[in-house]
Design a protein around this ligand. Structure first.
Ligand code: SAH
Length: 255
């Protein structure tokens, strides 16, 4: 038996097939699951065994979550903490890990498919197009969780990279203002993917100045990813990696 007592598992963006094989295995063997009910698709829980104890963390405090984990571990039960997407992105796992360390409870993180990647898949979009952008910024607007002054969207916008903005679609007007103030041109393309990989997924496309009306008219929900950047315009240089005259470790250049 493995010595890991608590698994933090990335549930993926919604589609229950977009969990890793390992994450699914952990769920199949779980005695207790604590899942982030506001975002995790409950369909992901379908593989848990009969009798598995399931807790929705949406209505729990951090201490309550830890208490459930601790009680389970003390009874030799296998505990899974299920987070949406990948646990490392806005997952609030650090504080759980620190408390488990204090309790001498062993843990392991099983990564997941983050929603910014599911959004790229939905759009059929590469975020890193040669000659356009080779950098992806993952960020958010400040909400109740503060964002350090030096990484306000308006400063990040100076780079005009591809930007994936989480947790912000409900502040879309302010977001656009920040992006424009920071240096993106008014006609910079924007895509919003709502509930990427869920059956009800919706895609909206426009520019920084045109897309807001569409989002309002559609009544877009909070579970949406905002993607900004010229990569969405699809004008780019082809990758050198597959160019005939470009040799590398595994292929000789052709004249
Ligand atoms: N750990 C998660 C992010 C949690 S923060 C991950 O890796 O994806 C919650 C935010 O993620 C939401 O406000 C939304 O911006 C985004 N999000 C989560 N699931 C999404 C989905 N299926 N489609 C689009 N955005 C999603």
């Amino acid at each position: 038996m493995s010595s890991v007592q608590v698994y933090f598992v990335g549930a993926g963006p919604g589609d229950p097939d977009l969990i890793t094989v390992k994450g699914r295995k952990m769920l199949e063997e779980a005695d207790i699951v604590v899942y982030a009910g506001s975002l995790v698709n409950p369909a992901v829980l379908a593989v848990t065994p009969a009798g598995c104890e399931i807790h929705n963390s949406a209505s729990m405090t951090l201490d309550e979550v830890i208490a459930v984990m601790k009680a389970g571990v003390e009874q030799g039960k296998k505990v899974v903490r299920l987070h949406t997407g990948d646990p490392s992105i806005y997952g609030a796992i650090q504080e759980q890990i620190d408390l488990l360390n204090k309790l001498d409870i062993s843990w392991q993180v099983v990564p997941g498919v983050s929603s910014f990647l599911a959004a790229a898949a939905a759009l059929g979009q590469e975020y890193t197009l040669p000659g356009v952008s080779q950098t992806v910024i993952i960020t958010r607007m400040e909400g109740r969780t503060p964002v350090p002054e030096k990484e306000q969207i308006r400063s990040l916008a100076a780079h005009q990279t591809t930007m994936c903005i989480f947790l912000s679609v409900h502040m879309f007007g302010e977001l656009v203002q920040e992006l424009l103030d920071g240096g993106y041109a008014a006609d910079t393309p924007v895509a919003v993917v709502e509930k990427a990989s869920w059956p009800e997924q919706r895609i909206f496309r426009g520019t920084l100045t045109t897309i807001a009306d569409q989002l309002v008219a559609a009544g877009v929900s909070r579970t949406a990813m905002v993607i900004v950047g010229d990569v969405l315009a699809r004008e780019y240089e082809q990758s050198r990696l597959y160019a005939p005259e470009f040799g590398h470790m595994f292929r000789e250049a052709k004249p």
